[in-house]
Write a protein that binds this ligand. Sequence first.
Ligand code: NAD
Length: 260
Amino acid sequence: SLKGKAALITGSTSGIGLAYAKTLAGAGAHIMLNGFGDRDAIAKIQREIEGLSGARTDYSDADLTNPAAIEAMIGQAKSSLGGVDILINNAGMQHVAPVDEFPIDKWNAIIALNLSAAFHAIRLAVPHMKEKKWGRIISTASAHSLVASPNKSAYVAAKHGIAGLTKTVALEVATHGITVNCISPGYVWTQLVEDQIPDTMKSRGLTREQVMNDVLLAAQPTKQFVTPEQVASLALYLCSDDAAAITGANLSMDGGWTAQ
Ligand code: NAD
């Protein structure tokens, strides 16, 4: 049980982050949500999560490309939930373009959100974890932390960076009861993926099924999307005492993608 623990999950207003929030709240953890979205919808998510186990929730609208906003978010978690015992770095974005046409502002934003934000949240959360002699740091990396695809230079560089940051911090805090790991999903069924389907159908003249199987799932041998709930279930396991010896790991959940 995660009763009494406080979890900060970045990018948890939708997709994989929202699944982490529900799963950890179901196990009793207090939850600090973060991400963009309609305020009424987010308030509704908070009420739903609070109903799962009676856990408390809070919400930060911090834009994680801004280090000062990350510092304020960690401060807010301290005052409303008593600190961050479990940190899940999950917020992320994508931009697809060849390297010689890659917009500089997109490169900077992706490195800031997908990589530097995790560095800032980790450096600000670790002191409390050391004090408590317990902590869990999990980052959503990607199959793209292990292999590349063309036209995703910023995303692939940032995700490889997350895997390196994970290993380094794991070594630094290994004797403090803190584990540091990343999870590397293949294609996960989220709104982000759903949104790519109509455009791809139109631009390539394909059916919905062809886009899903021949484009999106081309690299995924199971031909099944990973679900946000499956990813969240692995995170819950990493938070357990049974997983205390797993640290510095990059755990794949990609339907066989990176076995090829
Ligand atoms: P999503 O778009 O559903 O969720 C992204 C979340 O990040 C949202 O809550 C959004 O509001 C938030 N966010 C975006 N920009 C932000 C910013 N500047 N500051 C704070 N929050 C911000 O996407 P998802 O598919 O659930 O992705 C979550 C993570 O999983 C990302 O790191 C992504 O790279 C990774 N991932 C996704 C897949 C996939 O196939 N969907 C595969 C592997 C890894």
